[in-house]
Ligand binder design. Structure first.
Ligand code: CUA
Length: 194
């Protein structure tokens, strides 16, 4: 094939693109609708990210899962509800997830107060889920998971594992007892936590 026939071929291809493209009216309308929808979602996402600060989890804290028993935070005698609240009144709870339970197995916390859970796993990936609250997170080996929640009303809540972690996954749960503020105050002044 000689060069001039190549050039004519390319020309005819270009002509194809130069032809007026007919767009049906109905098609045009839907193009507008789709463009407006995409624009709307981009704006909503922008407001969410920049104004409301809704972002993917960014809490990135690592820990050596194999030596949790030696760590200053997750050693056995440091687990559970911490005796001292944080400066803003938030109650901190340290938990270790391990096949097949969350340790300590039972905790007692107050309702209507911020509870910050800090969790690490001793072995494999686990999930931590408390129904009726915003608490649902993965606990990834080598990382500390942190979730802050408020229990709206007193009662007993299960803390469930929601990531398959082995044969005993179905039985992996612990008990969270939520007291009213009055009961909590009485416990703090007169009693001892179970
Ligand atoms: Cu732990 Cu499933």
């Amino acid at each position: 094939m000689n060069p001039s026939s190549w050039i004519s071929k390319i020309r005819s291809c270009l002509n194809l693109f130069e032809q007026d493209i007919e767009i049906e009216n109905l098609e045009k309308k839907w193009l507008y609708v789709a463009t407006i929808m995409v624009g709307f979602f981009v704006i909503v996402m922008g407001i969410g990210a920049l104004v409301l600060n809704v972002n993917p989890p960014s809490h990135w804290e690592t820990i050596d899962s194999a030596s949790l028993h030696l760590s200053s935070e997750f050693a056995e005698d440091k687990l559970g509800v911490q005796p001292m609240a944080l400066p803003d009144g938030t109650i901190q709870v340290q938990l270790v997830a391990a096949r097949y339970g969350f340790y300590p197995r039972e905790i007692v916390v107050p309702a209507d107060q911020k509870i910050q859970f800090r969790m690490a796993t001793l072995d494999v990936l686990h999930g931590a889920h408390i129904p009726m609250t915003n608490m649902s997170t993965m606990i990834v080996p080598g990382h500390v998971s942190e979730v802050t929640t408020v229990f709206p009303k007193p009662g007993e809540y299960p803390l469930l594992c929601n990531e398959y972690c082995g044969m005993g996954h179905d039985h992996m749960w612990s008990k969270v007892t939520v007291l009213s503020q009055d009961e909590w105050a009485a416990l703090k002044t007169g009693g001892k936590q179970p």
